[in-house]
Design a binder for this molecule. Structure first.
Ligand code: GDP
Ligand code: IMO
Ligand code: MG
Length: 428
Protein backbone atom coordinates (compact mmCIF):
# COMPACT_ATOMS: atom_id res chain seq x y z
CA UNK A 1 0.00 0.00 0.00
CA UNK A 2 1.29 3.44 -0.89
CA UNK A 3 -0.81 5.68 1.29
CA UNK A 4 0.52 8.58 3.34
CA UNK A 5 -1.34 10.84 5.73
CA UNK A 6 0.12 14.32 6.15
CA UNK A 7 -0.88 15.98 9.43
CA UNK A 8 -0.19 19.27 11.14
CA UNK A 9 1.70 18.65 14.37
CA UNK A 10 1.26 22.00 16.11
CA UNK A 11 -1.47 24.67 15.82
CA UNK A 12 -1.76 24.67 12.01
CA UNK A 13 0.09 26.63 9.33
CA UNK A 14 3.10 24.32 9.55
CA UNK A 15 3.49 24.12 5.76
CA UNK A 16 1.16 21.20 4.98
CA UNK A 17 0.19 22.69 1.61
CA UNK A 18 3.79 22.93 0.48
CA UNK A 19 4.53 19.31 1.43
CA UNK A 20 1.36 17.99 -0.24
CA UNK A 21 2.15 19.94 -3.41
CA UNK A 22 5.69 18.54 -3.37
CA UNK A 23 4.62 14.93 -2.73
CA UNK A 24 1.75 15.23 -5.21
CA UNK A 25 4.31 15.35 -8.02
CA UNK A 26 4.69 11.60 -7.31
CA UNK A 27 1.10 10.78 -6.27
CA UNK A 28 -2.17 9.78 -7.96
CA UNK A 29 -4.81 10.97 -5.50
CA UNK A 30 -4.94 13.70 -2.84
CA UNK A 31 -7.76 13.61 -0.26
CA UNK A 32 -8.96 16.22 2.22
CA UNK A 33 -11.03 14.64 5.00
CA UNK A 34 -11.87 17.33 7.56
CA UNK A 35 -12.32 21.05 8.12
CA UNK A 36 -13.42 23.44 5.42
CA UNK A 37 -12.27 26.77 4.11
CA UNK A 38 -10.94 27.72 7.53
CA UNK A 39 -7.73 26.15 6.15
CA UNK A 40 -5.26 28.25 4.20
CA UNK A 41 -2.60 26.23 2.39
CA UNK A 42 0.08 28.11 0.50
CA UNK A 43 1.77 26.63 -2.56
CA UNK A 44 4.67 28.29 -4.34
CA UNK A 45 5.82 26.97 -7.69
CA UNK A 46 8.36 29.00 -9.63
CA UNK A 47 7.29 32.62 -9.27
CA UNK A 48 3.59 31.80 -8.70
CA UNK A 49 1.94 31.62 -5.32
CA UNK A 50 -1.47 30.02 -4.65
CA UNK A 51 -3.57 30.05 -1.48
CA UNK A 52 -5.96 27.11 -1.28
CA UNK A 53 -8.68 26.68 1.33
CA UNK A 54 -10.98 23.89 0.30
CA UNK A 55 -9.45 22.45 -2.85
CA UNK A 56 -6.77 19.83 -2.15
CA UNK A 57 -3.17 20.90 -2.66
CA UNK A 58 -2.59 18.32 -5.40
CA UNK A 59 -4.51 20.48 -7.88
CA UNK A 60 -1.44 22.10 -9.47
CA UNK A 61 -0.28 18.70 -10.68
CA UNK A 62 -1.98 17.47 -13.83
CA UNK A 63 -3.65 14.05 -13.84
CA UNK A 64 -4.17 13.87 -10.09
CA UNK A 65 -7.60 13.19 -8.61
CA UNK A 66 -8.35 15.71 -5.85
CA UNK A 67 -10.95 14.50 -3.39
CA UNK A 68 -13.03 16.58 -0.97
CA UNK A 69 -14.14 13.86 1.43
CA UNK A 70 -17.30 13.24 3.45
CA UNK A 71 -15.76 14.74 6.62
CA UNK A 72 -15.49 18.19 5.04
CA UNK A 73 -17.86 21.09 5.66
CA UNK A 74 -18.28 22.41 2.14
CA UNK A 75 -18.85 26.08 1.34
CA UNK A 76 -19.97 26.14 -2.33
CA UNK A 77 -19.43 29.89 -2.71
CA UNK A 78 -15.84 29.65 -1.45
CA UNK A 79 -15.25 26.57 -3.59
CA UNK A 80 -16.43 28.25 -6.80
CA UNK A 81 -14.28 31.31 -6.07
CA UNK A 82 -11.26 29.03 -5.75
CA UNK A 83 -12.11 27.27 -9.01
CA UNK A 84 -12.29 30.66 -10.73
CA UNK A 85 -8.96 31.72 -9.24
CA UNK A 86 -7.27 28.53 -10.47
CA UNK A 87 -8.86 28.65 -13.92
CA UNK A 88 -7.54 32.19 -14.41
CA UNK A 89 -4.09 30.62 -14.24
CA UNK A 90 -5.15 27.88 -16.66
CA UNK A 91 -5.07 25.21 -13.97
CA UNK A 92 -7.17 22.20 -14.79
CA UNK A 93 -9.85 21.71 -12.14
CA UNK A 94 -11.84 18.97 -13.88
CA UNK A 95 -10.34 16.22 -11.73
CA UNK A 96 -11.94 17.29 -8.45
CA UNK A 97 -14.43 15.04 -6.66
CA UNK A 98 -16.77 16.24 -3.92
CA UNK A 99 -18.31 13.71 -1.55
CA UNK A 100 -22.08 13.42 -1.73
CA UNK A 101 -21.95 12.96 2.06
CA UNK A 102 -20.10 16.21 2.86
CA UNK A 103 -22.10 18.79 4.82
CA UNK A 104 -22.93 22.15 3.26
CA UNK A 105 -22.03 25.50 4.85
CA UNK A 106 -24.81 28.11 4.63
CA UNK A 107 -24.83 31.89 5.23
CA UNK A 108 -26.52 31.31 8.61
CA UNK A 109 -23.55 29.21 9.75
CA UNK A 110 -21.17 32.09 9.05
CA UNK A 111 -23.47 34.62 10.73
CA UNK A 112 -23.88 32.39 13.80
CA UNK A 113 -20.10 31.87 13.96
CA UNK A 114 -19.64 35.65 14.20
CA UNK A 115 -22.49 36.12 16.68
CA UNK A 116 -21.23 33.34 18.97
CA UNK A 117 -17.75 34.86 18.96
CA UNK A 118 -19.14 38.27 19.82
CA UNK A 119 -21.17 36.76 22.67
CA UNK A 120 -18.10 35.00 24.08
CA UNK A 121 -16.49 38.41 24.64
CA UNK A 122 -13.13 38.00 26.39
CA UNK A 123 -13.45 34.22 26.08
CA UNK A 124 -13.65 34.28 22.30
CA UNK A 125 -11.95 31.43 20.43
CA UNK A 126 -10.69 33.59 17.57
CA UNK A 127 -12.37 31.52 14.86
CA UNK A 128 -11.96 32.19 11.14
CA UNK A 129 -15.70 33.04 10.99
CA UNK A 130 -16.19 30.68 8.06
CA UNK A 131 -19.14 28.96 9.75
CA UNK A 132 -17.16 25.82 10.54
CA UNK A 133 -18.30 25.30 14.16
CA UNK A 134 -22.01 25.96 13.49
CA UNK A 135 -22.01 23.66 10.43
CA UNK A 136 -20.43 20.80 12.42
CA UNK A 137 -22.96 21.55 15.21
CA UNK A 138 -25.82 20.91 12.76
CA UNK A 139 -24.08 17.75 11.60
CA UNK A 140 -23.75 16.30 15.12
CA UNK A 141 -27.23 17.56 16.01
CA UNK A 142 -28.42 15.59 12.93
CA UNK A 143 -30.11 18.47 11.17
CA UNK A 144 -27.34 19.27 8.69
CA UNK A 145 -27.84 19.46 4.93
CA UNK A 146 -25.52 17.34 2.81
CA UNK A 147 -24.35 17.59 -0.78
CA UNK A 148 -26.68 14.70 -1.77
CA UNK A 149 -29.63 16.75 -0.40
CA UNK A 150 -28.54 19.81 -2.33
CA UNK A 151 -28.55 17.79 -5.54
CA UNK A 152 -32.34 17.33 -5.42
CA UNK A 153 -34.35 20.54 -5.36
CA UNK A 154 -37.39 19.06 -3.60
CA UNK A 155 -35.43 17.31 -0.88
CA UNK A 156 -33.31 20.45 -0.51
CA UNK A 157 -36.41 22.58 -0.05
CA UNK A 158 -37.79 20.20 2.58
CA UNK A 159 -34.56 20.27 4.55
CA UNK A 160 -33.72 23.95 4.18
CA UNK A 161 -37.10 25.39 5.20
CA UNK A 162 -37.04 24.20 8.85
CA UNK A 163 -33.39 25.23 9.10
CA UNK A 164 -34.17 28.80 8.07
CA UNK A 165 -37.00 28.91 10.61
CA UNK A 166 -34.81 27.49 13.38
CA UNK A 167 -31.89 29.81 12.65
CA UNK A 168 -34.16 32.85 12.49
CA UNK A 169 -35.47 31.97 15.95
CA UNK A 170 -31.92 31.79 17.27
CA UNK A 171 -30.77 35.12 15.84
CA UNK A 172 -33.96 36.83 16.96
CA UNK A 173 -34.54 35.31 20.38
CA UNK A 174 -30.99 34.66 21.53
CA UNK A 175 -29.03 37.41 19.84
CA UNK A 176 -31.85 39.97 19.54
CA UNK A 177 -31.21 40.66 15.86
CA UNK A 178 -33.89 41.86 13.49
CA UNK A 179 -32.22 40.94 10.20
CA UNK A 180 -33.46 37.47 9.43
CA UNK A 181 -32.55 34.87 6.80
CA UNK A 182 -34.81 34.70 3.78
CA UNK A 183 -35.68 31.21 2.53
CA UNK A 184 -36.14 32.16 -1.15
CA UNK A 185 -32.87 34.07 -1.39
CA UNK A 186 -30.79 31.27 0.11
CA UNK A 187 -32.70 28.50 -1.71
CA UNK A 188 -32.25 30.10 -5.12
CA UNK A 189 -28.62 31.02 -4.51
CA UNK A 190 -27.81 27.44 -3.50
CA UNK A 191 -29.74 25.90 -6.40
CA UNK A 192 -27.41 27.82 -8.71
CA UNK A 193 -24.38 26.48 -6.84
CA UNK A 194 -25.85 22.98 -7.07
CA UNK A 195 -25.85 23.12 -10.88
CA UNK A 196 -22.31 24.48 -10.95
CA UNK A 197 -20.90 21.71 -8.74
CA UNK A 198 -23.05 18.77 -9.86
CA UNK A 199 -20.44 17.31 -12.19
CA UNK A 200 -17.89 17.12 -9.36
CA UNK A 201 -20.12 15.16 -6.98
CA UNK A 202 -19.29 11.49 -6.37
CA UNK A 203 -19.25 8.73 -3.79
CA UNK A 204 -15.66 9.57 -2.88
CA UNK A 205 -15.21 6.66 -0.46
CA UNK A 206 -15.42 4.39 -3.53
CA UNK A 207 -12.97 6.58 -5.48
CA UNK A 208 -10.39 6.44 -2.66
CA UNK A 209 -10.91 2.74 -1.92
CA UNK A 210 -10.57 1.73 -5.57
CA UNK A 211 -7.40 3.81 -5.95
CA UNK A 212 -5.81 2.18 -2.89
CA UNK A 213 -6.84 -1.30 -4.04
CA UNK A 214 -5.30 -0.60 -7.46
CA UNK A 215 -1.97 0.20 -5.78
CA UNK A 216 -2.15 3.93 -6.55
CA UNK A 217 -0.29 6.47 -4.43
CA UNK A 218 -2.77 8.24 -2.20
CA UNK A 219 -2.03 11.27 -0.01
CA UNK A 220 -4.32 12.39 2.79
CA UNK A 221 -4.01 16.13 3.30
CA UNK A 222 -4.57 17.34 6.85
CA UNK A 223 -5.92 20.78 7.60
CA UNK A 224 -5.38 22.64 10.90
CA UNK A 225 -3.15 20.79 13.37
CA UNK A 226 -3.03 18.33 16.27
CA UNK A 227 -3.53 20.98 18.96
CA UNK A 228 -6.64 22.23 17.16
CA UNK A 229 -8.22 18.74 17.27
CA UNK A 230 -11.65 18.75 18.93
CA UNK A 231 -10.68 15.87 21.27
CA UNK A 232 -6.93 16.11 21.54
CA UNK A 233 -6.26 19.83 21.17
CA UNK A 234 -6.30 22.76 23.57
CA UNK A 235 -10.08 22.55 24.09
CA UNK A 236 -12.10 24.80 23.81
CA UNK A 237 -9.55 26.76 21.73
CA UNK A 238 -9.78 24.24 18.92
CA UNK A 239 -11.59 23.73 15.65
CA UNK A 240 -14.67 21.49 15.38
CA UNK A 241 -13.13 18.55 13.49
CA UNK A 242 -10.36 15.95 13.87
CA UNK A 243 -7.14 17.07 12.20
CA UNK A 244 -5.26 14.10 13.68
CA UNK A 245 -4.48 11.02 11.59
CA UNK A 246 -7.48 9.09 13.00
CA UNK A 247 -9.75 11.72 11.45
CA UNK A 248 -8.86 10.53 7.96
CA UNK A 249 -10.43 7.14 8.36
CA UNK A 250 -13.86 8.60 9.04
CA UNK A 251 -13.41 11.78 6.98
CA UNK A 252 -12.35 9.92 3.84
CA UNK A 253 -14.54 6.86 4.42
CA UNK A 254 -11.79 4.20 4.51
CA UNK A 255 -10.57 1.71 7.09
CA UNK A 256 -7.77 2.81 9.46
CA UNK A 257 -5.58 -0.04 8.17
CA UNK A 258 -5.54 1.64 4.75
CA UNK A 259 -3.26 4.43 5.98
CA UNK A 260 0.32 3.20 5.93
CA UNK A 261 2.54 6.11 6.88
CA UNK A 262 1.86 9.29 8.81
CA UNK A 263 4.07 12.29 8.14
CA UNK A 264 4.01 15.02 10.76
CA UNK A 265 4.45 18.51 9.39
CA UNK A 266 6.46 20.36 11.99
CA UNK A 267 7.46 24.00 11.97
CA UNK A 268 11.03 24.63 13.16
CA UNK A 269 9.51 26.96 15.77
CA UNK A 270 5.89 27.33 17.01
CA UNK A 271 3.03 29.59 15.88
CA UNK A 272 -0.62 29.96 16.70
CA UNK A 273 -3.49 32.13 15.39
CA UNK A 274 -6.49 32.76 17.58
CA UNK A 275 -6.74 32.58 21.35
CA UNK A 276 -5.61 30.03 23.95
CA UNK A 277 -2.51 29.25 26.00
CA UNK A 278 0.89 28.92 24.32
CA UNK A 279 3.76 27.99 26.65
CA UNK A 280 6.74 28.99 24.47
CA UNK A 281 5.16 32.19 23.12
CA UNK A 282 7.63 35.05 22.72
CA UNK A 283 5.74 38.26 23.28
CA UNK A 284 8.90 40.26 22.67
CA UNK A 285 11.37 41.34 19.96
CA UNK A 286 12.50 37.74 19.33
CA UNK A 287 8.90 36.72 18.59
CA UNK A 288 8.55 39.77 16.37
CA UNK A 289 11.75 38.86 14.53
CA UNK A 290 10.46 35.32 13.87
CA UNK A 291 7.14 36.81 12.68
CA UNK A 292 8.89 39.09 10.20
CA UNK A 293 11.46 36.55 8.96
CA UNK A 294 8.77 33.87 8.61
CA UNK A 295 6.09 36.21 7.19
CA UNK A 296 3.81 34.87 9.89
CA UNK A 297 0.51 36.42 8.91
CA UNK A 298 -2.58 34.29 8.32
CA UNK A 299 -3.56 33.13 4.82
CA UNK A 300 -7.30 33.21 5.60
CA UNK A 301 -7.77 36.17 7.93
CA UNK A 302 -4.48 38.09 7.55
CA UNK A 303 -4.12 38.09 11.36
CA UNK A 304 -0.56 38.14 12.68
CA UNK A 305 0.42 34.76 14.07
CA UNK A 306 1.72 34.46 17.63
CA UNK A 307 5.29 33.09 17.53
CA UNK A 308 7.50 31.15 19.95
CA UNK A 309 10.39 28.69 20.24
CA UNK A 310 10.11 25.02 19.28
CA UNK A 311 8.12 23.06 21.84
CA UNK A 312 9.17 19.39 21.98
CA UNK A 313 6.40 18.56 24.49
CA UNK A 314 3.83 19.40 21.81
CA UNK A 315 5.54 17.55 18.97
CA UNK A 316 6.19 14.49 21.15
CA UNK A 317 2.46 14.53 21.93
CA UNK A 318 1.67 14.83 18.21
CA UNK A 319 3.99 11.89 17.48
CA UNK A 320 2.05 9.75 19.96
CA UNK A 321 -1.55 10.66 19.10
CA UNK A 322 -1.00 10.58 15.33
CA UNK A 323 1.41 7.63 15.22
CA UNK A 324 3.94 9.69 13.27
CA UNK A 325 6.31 7.58 11.18
CA UNK A 326 8.27 10.53 9.83
CA UNK A 327 8.70 14.29 10.22
CA UNK A 328 8.99 17.07 7.64
CA UNK A 329 10.73 19.95 9.36
CA UNK A 330 9.55 23.21 7.82
CA UNK A 331 10.73 26.83 7.67
CA UNK A 332 14.18 26.01 9.06
CA UNK A 333 15.57 28.93 6.99
CA UNK A 334 13.56 31.35 9.17
CA UNK A 335 15.82 30.61 12.17
CA UNK A 336 18.96 31.83 10.37
CA UNK A 337 20.78 34.67 12.10
CA UNK A 338 20.00 33.96 15.75
CA UNK A 339 23.11 33.63 18.00
CA UNK A 340 21.33 30.89 19.90
CA UNK A 341 18.09 28.99 19.36
CA UNK A 342 16.01 27.43 22.12
CA UNK A 343 14.05 24.19 22.30
CA UNK A 344 11.54 23.57 25.06
CA UNK A 345 12.15 20.04 26.39
CA UNK A 346 9.55 19.95 29.18
CA UNK A 347 7.43 22.27 31.33
CA UNK A 348 7.73 23.37 34.94
CA UNK A 349 4.46 23.70 36.84
CA UNK A 350 5.19 24.96 40.34
CA UNK A 351 7.79 22.47 41.59
CA UNK A 352 6.63 19.71 39.20
CA UNK A 353 8.28 18.76 35.90
CA UNK A 354 5.65 18.13 33.22
CA UNK A 355 6.67 15.95 30.28
CA UNK A 356 3.27 15.09 28.79
CA UNK A 357 0.97 17.73 27.35
CA UNK A 358 -1.70 18.45 30.00
CA UNK A 359 -5.47 18.28 29.39
CA UNK A 360 -6.38 21.19 31.66
CA UNK A 361 -5.85 24.62 30.16
CA UNK A 362 -5.66 26.02 33.68
CA UNK A 363 -2.66 23.71 34.30
CA UNK A 364 -1.19 24.59 30.91
CA UNK A 365 -1.44 28.29 31.70
CA UNK A 366 0.68 27.67 34.83
CA UNK A 367 3.42 25.87 32.86
CA UNK A 368 6.78 27.55 32.23
CA UNK A 369 9.04 26.27 29.47
CA UNK A 370 12.29 24.50 30.36
CA UNK A 371 14.68 25.28 27.54
CA UNK A 372 17.79 23.75 26.09
CA UNK A 373 19.82 26.39 24.29
CA UNK A 374 21.71 25.51 21.13
CA UNK A 375 24.13 27.54 19.04
CA UNK A 376 22.55 29.18 16.02
CA UNK A 377 23.81 29.55 12.44
CA UNK A 378 24.24 32.55 10.16
CA UNK A 379 24.24 30.88 6.73
CA UNK A 380 21.34 31.45 4.33
CA UNK A 381 19.76 28.00 3.88
CA UNK A 382 17.36 28.91 1.10
CA UNK A 383 19.59 27.75 -1.77
CA UNK A 384 20.77 24.53 -0.15
CA UNK A 385 19.75 21.32 -1.88
CA UNK A 386 21.22 18.54 0.22
CA UNK A 387 21.33 17.69 3.90
CA UNK A 388 25.15 17.66 3.81
CA UNK A 389 25.23 21.34 2.78
CA UNK A 390 23.36 22.45 5.93
CA UNK A 391 25.52 24.17 8.59
CA UNK A 392 26.67 21.90 11.45
CA UNK A 393 24.57 23.82 14.00
CA UNK A 394 21.43 23.41 11.89
CA UNK A 395 22.13 19.67 11.73
CA UNK A 396 22.56 19.61 15.52
CA UNK A 397 19.22 21.40 15.87
CA UNK A 398 17.56 18.73 13.69
CA UNK A 399 19.26 15.91 15.61
CA UNK A 400 18.06 17.39 18.92
CA UNK A 401 14.45 17.45 17.64
CA UNK A 402 14.76 13.81 16.50
CA UNK A 403 16.15 12.83 19.91
CA UNK A 404 13.43 14.66 21.88
CA UNK A 405 10.51 13.55 19.69
CA UNK A 406 11.71 10.06 18.80
CA UNK A 407 10.81 10.31 15.10
CA UNK A 408 13.23 10.84 12.20
CA UNK A 409 13.27 14.07 10.21
CA UNK A 410 13.16 12.77 6.65
CA UNK A 411 12.40 16.02 4.87
CA UNK A 412 13.71 19.54 5.57
CA UNK A 413 12.14 22.61 4.01
CA UNK A 414 14.33 25.68 3.50
CA UNK A 415 11.98 28.01 1.63
CA UNK A 416 8.37 28.32 0.47
CA UNK A 417 9.07 27.14 -3.08
CA UNK A 418 8.35 23.55 -4.10
CA UNK A 419 12.00 23.29 -5.15
CA UNK A 420 13.37 24.37 -1.75
CA UNK A 421 12.99 20.90 -0.26
CA UNK A 422 15.74 18.63 1.07
CA UNK A 423 14.97 14.92 1.06
CA UNK A 424 16.82 12.58 3.42
CA UNK A 425 14.54 9.59 2.87
CA UNK A 426 11.87 9.13 0.23
CA UNK A 427 8.32 9.17 1.55
CA UNK A 428 6.77 6.90 -1.11
P1 GDP B 1 -0.40 25.20 5.99
O1 GDP B 1 -1.68 25.78 6.44
O2 GDP B 1 0.12 24.16 6.92
O3 GDP B 1 -0.43 24.70 4.57
O4 GDP B 1 0.67 26.39 6.04
P2 GDP B 1 0.43 27.89 5.50
O5 GDP B 1 0.52 27.88 4.03
O6 GDP B 1 -0.75 28.51 6.13
O7 GDP B 1 1.68 28.62 6.17
C1 GDP B 1 2.98 28.24 5.89
C2 GDP B 1 3.71 29.45 5.29
O8 GDP B 1 5.09 29.18 5.24
C3 GDP B 1 3.29 29.76 3.86
O9 GDP B 1 3.40 31.12 3.64
C4 GDP B 1 4.34 28.99 3.04
O10 GDP B 1 4.53 29.54 1.74
C5 GDP B 1 5.54 29.18 3.88
N1 GDP B 1 6.54 28.12 3.85
C6 GDP B 1 6.36 26.76 3.77
N2 GDP B 1 7.55 26.14 3.92
C7 GDP B 1 8.47 27.10 4.09
C8 GDP B 1 9.88 27.06 4.34
O11 GDP B 1 10.52 26.04 4.44
N3 GDP B 1 10.49 28.28 4.49
C9 GDP B 1 9.82 29.46 4.41
N4 GDP B 1 10.52 30.59 4.57
N5 GDP B 1 8.51 29.51 4.19
C10 GDP B 1 7.84 28.35 4.04
P1 IMO C 1 -4.45 25.42 8.24
O1 IMO C 1 -5.03 24.23 7.54
C1 IMO C 1 -4.24 27.78 11.90
C2 IMO C 1 -7.90 28.12 14.26
C3 IMO C 1 -8.57 29.48 14.35
C4 IMO C 1 -9.15 29.40 15.75
C5 IMO C 1 -9.59 27.95 15.84
C6 IMO C 1 -11.07 27.73 15.53
O2 IMO C 1 -4.14 26.57 7.37
O3 IMO C 1 -3.31 25.00 9.12
P2 IMO C 1 -12.48 27.71 13.27
O4 IMO C 1 -12.73 28.78 12.25
O5 IMO C 1 -11.87 26.48 12.71
O6 IMO C 1 -13.70 27.40 14.09
O7 IMO C 1 -11.42 28.35 14.30
O8 IMO C 1 -8.81 27.23 14.91
N1 IMO C 1 -7.68 27.61 12.89
C7 IMO C 1 -6.48 27.56 12.31
N2 IMO C 1 -5.28 28.00 12.73
N3 IMO C 1 -4.34 27.14 10.73
C8 IMO C 1 -5.54 26.67 10.29
O9 IMO C 1 -5.66 25.91 9.19
C9 IMO C 1 -6.68 26.91 11.07
N4 IMO C 1 -8.00 26.62 10.94
C10 IMO C 1 -8.59 27.05 12.06
O10 IMO C 1 -7.63 30.52 14.22
O11 IMO C 1 -8.14 29.61 16.69
MG1 MG D 1 -2.55 27.67 6.82
Amino acid sequence: MKTVAVVGSQWGDEGKGKVIDYLATQADVVVRGQGGNNAGHTLVVGSKKFALRLIPSGVLNPNIINVIGNGIVFDPKGFLEEIEMLNKDDIDTSNIKISDRAHVVFPYHKELDGLAEEARGDNKIGTTKKGIGPCYMDKTERSGIRICDLMDKDIFEKKLRPQIEAKNKIVKNIYGKEELFDFDTIYNEYLEYAEKIRHYVADTSVVVYDAIKAGKKVLFEGAQGTLLDLDLGTYPYVTSSHPTSGGFSIGAGIGPNMIKDVVGIVKAYTTRVGEGPFVTELDNEIGERIRIQGHEFGTVTGRSRRCGWFDAVIVRYAARVNGLTSISLMLLDVLTGFDTVKICTSYKMGDKIVKEFPASLEDLAKCEPIYEELEGWSEDLTGMETYEELPENAKKYIAKIEELVGVSVDMVSVGPNRAQTIIRKNIF
